[in-house]
Design a protein around this ligand. Structure first.
Ligand code: ATP
Length: 660
């Protein structure tokens, strides 16, 4: 056996390491990282270790080298994954064209968004023929990022705007906006930078086809959100009565939204209910009025963002998606696993989504593949993996964490503490749930695949209830502003050839909801029962899984080499933990022993009969063997209905076809 410790850092595919254990994997990745080789394959899976600095490895020449190339011709690279997706989608190399889904996973800060952008960039290079479309798609990312962070967007642009536009948006006086106060992300930029950014944003909006009126209306909606946020309430001596204190703000907001001021005042402070056969006005408490105000702002922002995403998707997918030949590449970049000192409902949703993605990976890489080997009766030694299905069930089944939360959210008297009591009582005995050892009873711990996370249930019930007041929605539906009317009426349909995932950093709650925005806009919400945030999230996950199950997955695993986000720092312990919880060792084993290519006898014979120059070949096992033997292919296995091949063997067969 070769002692690889002398040549560490030269193995491009971990499956070819002669000694396979955690230490060897770690040493190899570390040695490669030190040589600035951040990409490594595990068979068809790509590992990317975040360099936290520009390595100059995404230039034009690199892009050209990886375009329309064979995977084995070049060292591992994110561009190769884009190329594989592109070739598979088109069915290049005699394969059947299929939908592709590139799944990018990793902790927060591991490099998922950066990888997404690089894949998009390379895909654009690959389909260069349509330059207008290319430009439009290139503009999409900065636009989504800009709208993904409302605070920065409004901060930058309210200062850069022309006087005329400022007037139209009622932003002529310098005002303090409450919604922008708690932003950690606003950086004070000089006037020139802001003007340049504003111009770029307008250019990008032009490029993707927003009309001037639409652009103005988008900014009006954004400005209205700021004014809504400045609306304050007072108790009028009577606990049950709140009145709007800052009337100028609500006046500005309603003007911008072209809705009736009095109706909004009424809807933010009271509710009409049927009691004893007649309509009675119930005044809100101050707290409730504040909730209604924030819900109104969130509703406008959420719908606006959904509309923008939808507009992009319609624009870049001019072909009818139901057309049989329509194939697509989806790129999934969700929020990485989160584990803070204080974790709330948003972290639970984000971590649940990561669990679901982890489950999908396990299903695809371990479960289904090994089941197939068993069913086909090939020689195979089972590789064990940790199945997180029971944990997902604990979240998603009835009674499960989300259903208990929903039940409690229906009880007006329930509190964050009674919620924990119910959880303790109902799912407290499952192996993934740990009851709090402290006396204050509003926390619990979940043993996630990536780490144990303690959640604090403060405000969970309120966060879970969809507090969007029906009356406000009704008012917005009847706005005189065409954009507002559109986003609050009817059904927006998504027809995307590239599944774009909008991400926002406006606030954690928004982030969760927007991560799956493209699916939310599909729903006929108005005709449905009002769903809780948890139920909406569960539905979005389901839709996402259906989408993923209907495509061939391509996995990119991003690793974060240190907590400090520093270049050239490889924290072995931290990387090892990531390798362990993502099951990299087991993945390497299955990719080394396994067979990534599994054509049926019919597919195999039809694809490769050219190699034996026989055109009337029947689609049998014997004929598959004949083709393989005549071409000196070794290392394959033959099952009951399929041929089991590795990438190398498929490439060898491909080479023979080229020679023919
Ligand atoms: P989150 O889940 O929190 O959004 P993420 O996984 O999407 O995090 P990114 O925003 O993609 O993380 O990456 C964090 C930072 O790491 C980037 O801002 C960039 O500075 C750096 N980075 C990531 N990938 C690369 C790369 N390939 N080359 C250079 N720098 C990178």
């Amino acid at each position: 056996m070769i002692d690889e410790s002398f040549t560490r850092g030269e193995v491009e595919d971990l499956t070819s390491l002669s000694k396979l254990d955690e230490q060897a994997l770690l040493e190899e990745l570390q040695a490669r990282y030190q040589k600035n080789l951040i990409y490594t394959y595990i068979g068809d899976i790509l590992i990317a270790v975040n360099p936290f600095r520009d390595l100059g490895i995404y230039e034009k020449e690199t892009s050209e080298k990886y375009g329309h190339a064979r995977k084995s011709d070049n060292p591992p690279h994110i561009f190769a994954m884009a190329d594989i997706a592109y070739q598979n989608m088109l069915g290049i190399g005699n394969q059947t064209p299929q939908n592709q889904c590139i799944l990018i996973s990793g902790e927060s800060g591991a490099g998922k968004t950066e990888s997404t952008k690089l894949i998009m960039k390379q895909l654009m290079e690959l389909c260069k023929s349509n330059s207008q479309l290319e430009q439009q798609i290139i503009q999409v990312n900065p636009l989504l990022e800009a709208f993904g962070n409302a605070q920065t967007l409004m901060n930058d642009n309210s200062t850069g705007l022309s006087d005329e536009n400022k007037k139209a948006l009622l932003l002529t006086d310098t005002k303090e906006f409450r919604y922008m106060h708690n932003s950690h992300e606003i950086v004070k930029n000089n006037m020139e930078v802001l003007q340049e950014r504003y111009q770029k944003l307008c250019d990008a909006m032009d490029w993707v086809g927003f009309t001037d009126q639409e652009q103005l209306d988008v900014f009006k909606a954004m400005a209205s959100i700021l004014y809504i946020g400045n609306t304050t309430f007072v108790d009028n001596g009577n606990e049950e009565l709140s009145v709007v204190q800052n009337k100028n703000s609500i006046e500005a907001a309603t003007t911008l939204l072209s809705i009736n001021y009095k109706e909004v005042m009424h809807a933010l402070t009271s509710l009409n209910v049927f009691a004893a056969g007649e309509m009675v006005k119930r005044n809100y408490t101050m707290e409730k009025a504040e909730d209604a105000r924030d819900a109104m702002a969130k509703a406008i922002y959420g719908r606006l963002f959904g509309w923008i995403v939808n507009k992009f998707n319609c624009l870049i997918a001019p072909i009818d998606p139901d057309h049989v030949n329509f194939k697509e590449i989806g790129i999934l970049d969700i929020f990485g696993f989160e584990h803070f000192d204080d974790n709330s409902f948003e972290q639970a949703c984000i971590n649940l989504a990561n669990e679901q993605l982890h489950f999908f990976f396990n299903q695809y890489v371990f479960k289904l593949e090994q089941e197939e080997y068993k069913k086909e009766g090939i020689d195979w030694k089972e590789i064990q993996f940790i199945d997180n299905r029971p944990l997902l069930n604990m979240f998603l089944e009835k009674p499960g964490l989300l259903s208990i939360l929903d039940d409690e959210s229906q009880f007006p008297k329930a509190t964050d503490i009674t919620l924990v009591d119910k959880l303790n009582e109902t799912i407290g005995s499952t192996p993934y749930y740990v009851k709090s050892s402290t006396t204050h009873g509003y926390t619990f711990t979940i043993k996630h695949y990536a780490a144990n996370v303690t959640y604090n249930t403060t405000n969970w019930l309120e966060k879970n209830r969809d507090t969007q007041p029906a009356e406000i929605l009704e008012i917005l539906k009847n706005s005189k502003n065409p954009l507002i009317r559109t986003i609050f009426n009817g059904q927006l349909t998504r027809t995307g050839s590239l599944a774009l995932q909008g991400r926002s950093s406006v606030g954690r709650a928004n982030k969760v909801r927007m991560a799956f925005n493209t699916t939310q806009v599909n729903r006929k919400e108005d005709k449905q029962r009002k769903l809780t945030v948890g139920a909406q999230f569960k539905h979005s996950l389901k839709v996402l899984m259906e989408k993923m199950n209907s495509a061939v997955p391509i996995f990119v695993r991003c690793l974060k080499p240190n907590h400090q986000r520093k270049p050239q720092l490889f924290d072995e312990k931290y990387i090892l933990a990531q390798l362990q919880y993502t099951g990299v060792l087991e993945t390497t084993k299955i990719r080394r022993e396994g067979y990534a290519i599994r054509p049926t006898f019919a597919e195999f014979v039809n694809r490769y009969k050219i190699l034996v120059c026989e055109w009337e070949m029947s689609e049998t096992k014997e004929n598959c063997l004949k083709i393989l033997k005549k071409n000196d292919i070794s290392g394959y296995q033959i099952g009951k209905t399929r041929v089991f091949l590795k990438y190398l063997q498929m490439e060898q067969l491909g080479d023979r076809i080229t020679e023919v």
